[in-house]
Design a protein around this ligand. Structure first.
Ligand SMILES: [Zn+2]
Length: 134
């Protein structure tokens, strides 16, 4: 489901996962001292270092996502009508996961066609659809 969400949401999910992982490792490392005494100290040190790195990485991802979201384009999703943010020319809606695009060459459905048939094109095809590059 992570790869099927909007890019900004995916970044947030990964940031959250890394934070949880880092915190979990740090807690486990500390628990290692409690359970194994001296022998656990090496385990604790490794856990703390890896946990710290994971937390730093998650911080970087959050920061990056924040930078990206300032340059994201706000659009009204034609499917669900909510205001969503797009990264790049093609991204998924944050709410209904419909693929949206700003590039008319990649869009295989125009808005008038969308109104005629209310069903969207199948999302899996539009990702790689390098349709007709001269
Ligand atoms: Zn939508």
């Amino acid at each position: 489901m992570i790869f099927k969400s909007a890019k900004i949401n995916a970044f947030r999910t990964w940031g959250l996962l890394l934070t949880m992982l880092g915190m979990g490792l740090m807690v486990l490392g500390t628990a290692g001292i409690v359970f194994w005494g001296h022998a656990g100290k090496v385990f604790a040190a490794v856990g703390l270092v890896i946990g710290l790195i994971a937390m730093m990485a998650s911080l970087a991802i959050y920061f990056w996502a924040g930078m990206l979201s300032t340059s994201a384009v706000q659009v009204d999703c034609p499917e669900c009508g909510k205001l969503t943010k797009m990264l790049g020319k093609t991204d998924r809606c944050m709410f209904c996961h419909t693929i949206l695009t700003l590039d008319p060459n990649q869009a295989n459905t125009t808005s008038s066609q969308l109104k005629a048939h209310s069903t969207p094109p199948s999302p899996s095809d539009t990702d790689h659809g390098m349709s007709s590059n001269s």
